[in-house]
Write a protein that binds this ligand. Structure first.
Ligand SMILES: Nc1ncnc2c1ncn2[C@@H]1O[C@H](COP(=O)(O)OP(=O)(O)OP(=O)(O)O)[C@@H](O)[C@H]1O
Ligand SMILES: [Mg+2]
Length: 530
């Protein structure tokens, strides 16, 4: 794919800045604006492609004080456009500009400078934060002109940023996170990255619903992608109506991988590999074996030879809901993939989901289970307390929240360092206390925790639904522990050790103390499962 922008050839920064002042309608004011706030422009270049004529891009580094205040540690992008009518495509372009920047810059914060007085309303209206995952701060010409004169000039930049971002609630994030939004789990990721890149076996990652599985997979994919000879492919099985659809998507990913390593177009590769136009054009078994052959060829002698393909399947339940009823053709697909892995030694499988048993059972339905003994299984539990407090603190800085240590500890321990629950609890504090800057204290945290289980009942229901469905015995034990029936729970657990192991693997029960390690969850269970 062609880059959307051509950054100008490298030249002295000063030359470019001089040109910027002359060419961009209020370049001089903007330079002064940043200079007055002790911010430095470290990069400037005209944007030539797909941009309104006369557009420029700058990278700006804030003063250490402001970086500290807003939790920023790198340059951020400033997109300057001489337009009076801001369009959505410019917003999409900001993201592309950030992604194609030569040096790493802030990936979740940028600024747009325009002459459009409606820019603020538009950005709010378009829900930019949700669609791009970025906070884009608008600055218009009037603001710029007014703020560069007068005695508040030195704090103008600070005000522009803080007024805009204090409206956001960065805690309330329900989609999977990666990049700068992902926190913790560094040991696990380092191990997985090394293991998978080195071809040291296949992996299963299992955890309760909403614990952060997809986020880990996305983060893992990004890490693997940085390695020269590894091709990570992520497939969310949720979006597939049938096994052959999964095989088809696998074929498409293979086409993409081959195309990006050769000069051939995706279309002609698709034809060479004799992949059908649509996923249900040919019988499932034929499609699956075709994909297997193509994978084998590509990895053993084709453009991908010498590379390792890491195939990441999220939501494994879709193909393997339990040990008795695998989805039609799911066994065929896994058998073929296992075969390719063995023959080429260049394909690695990563499977993630809630229920590990289909990977641990020798049979699936009436057939041998091709995954049996294949995966080494990792359970995904909550974060560590340190990781959790760091997440809450760092996200908070961007919203002008500075947590008092006791309040933060109280929050993290009440949610057992569960990443989503921690974000929601922090979000509750941030929305009930509206003044900024804010220093949330223990009383404010207690107040927010009061009705936490009721308020977020839907999340707890999701967490237990997966247990109820796949692990009914584990669920019974969990209820006993929540109800304080410890004697009974101990007897129950002693009859089948794997039950307690599962719960402790999921990180919801502290085996030694025989208690639920997420106190707000225990409260919810007592209230809802009595
Ligand atoms: N490492 C993390 N850092 C920051 N936030 C996280 C992390 N892991 C999870 N979260 C938070 O938890 C939410 C759920 O994460 P994610 O979607 O990855 O979980 P999941 O286990 O895949 O959920 P599901 O069972 O619904 O597929 C995210 O929206 C995010 O707010
Ligand atoms: Mg998920």
């Amino acid at each position: 794919m062609l880059p959307v922008v051509t950054y100008g050839r490298k030249r002295q920064l000063d030359d470019y800045l001089g040109e910027f002042e002359q060419q961009f309608v209020y370049g001089a004011e903007l330079r002064k604006f940043f200079r007055t706030a002790s911010a430095t422009i470290t990069y400037a270049a005209p944007v030539r492609r797909d941009a309104p004529p006369g557009s420029w891009v700058l990278h700006v580094r804030l003063s250490p004080r402001l970086e500290e205040r807003f939790g920023i540690s790198r340059e951020f992008l400033v997109y300057c456009m001489p337009v009076t009518d801001l369009q959505t495509r410019s917003v999409t372009q900001v993201k592309k500009l950030v992604e194609s920047a030569e040096n790493p810059i802030e990936s979740d914060l940028a600024m747009i400078v325009t002459s459009d007085p409606q820019a603020k309303e538009k950005l709010t209206d378009w829900g930019v934060e949700r669609t791009t995952g970025m906070i884009i701060i608008p600055l218009d010409r009037d603001q710029l002109v007014n703020s560069t004169s007068g005695d508040t000039a030195s704090v103008a930049l600070e005000e522009v940023i803080s007024n805009w971002i204090s409206a956001y609630n960065l805690y309330d994030q329900r989609e999977p996170v990666s990049g700068e939004r992902f926190f913790g789990r560094s040991d696990l990721l380092r191990d997985l990255d090394r293991k998978l890149a080195g071809g040291a076996g296949h992996v299963g990652i299992f955890g309760l619903r909403r614990i952060g599985k997809t986020s880990v997979l996305l983060e893992l994919k990004d890490r693997l992608r940085r390695r020269p000879n590894v091709v990570p492919v992520f497939i969310d099985l949720e979006g597939s109506p049938a096994t052959s659809h999964v095989a088809y998507r696998l074929g498409q990913e293979l086409v993409k991988a081959i195309s990006s390593r050769s000069s051939t177009s995706e279309r002609s590769i698709q034809r060479t590999l004799r992949l059908p136009e649509k996923w249900d054009d040919i019988p499932p078994r034929m499609l699956i074996s075709n994909i297997g052959d193509n994978l084998r060829d590509a990895l053993s002698s084709g453009v991908l030879s010498g590379s390792r393909l890491v195939l990441i399947f999220d939501e494994a339940e879709i193909l393997l809901p339990d040990t008795t009823n695998p989805k039609e053709y799911a066994i065929d697909l896994f058998r073929v993939l296992r075969g390719v892995a063995q023959e080429t030694q260049a394909l690695t499988l990563v499977l993630a989901g809630v229920n590990a048993t289909p990977a641990e059972s020798p049979t699936l339905g009436n057939e041998d289970n091709p995954l049996f003994g294949l995966l080494s299984i990792e359970y995904l539990g909550p974060l560590t307390i340190d990781e959790c407090t760091q997440m809450v603190r760092r996200v908070g800085r961007k919203m002008q929240l500075r947590w008092e240590a006791p309040g933060l500890m109280r929050l993290a321990s009440a949610v057992g360092a569960h990443p989503l629950l921690a974000r929601l609890a922090a979000s509750d504090v941030a929305t009930t206390q509206t003044e900024r800057p804010l220093r949330p204290n223990i009383a404010q945290v207690e107040a927010a925790l009061g009705d936490f289980p009721q308020k977020h009942s839907a999340i707890f229901s999701q967490m237990v639904q997966s247990l109820q469905r796949y692990y009914p015995d584990e669920f019974e034990l969990l209820k006993l522990i929540a109800a304080g029936e410890i004697e009974f729970a101990l007897t129950f657990a002693s009859e089948n050790a794997t039950i307690l192991n599962h719960l402790s693997g999921y990180g919801v029960v502290n085996e030694r103390e025989m208690e639920i390690s997420i106190p707000v969850f225990a409260r919810w269970l007592r209230a809802h499962q009595a």
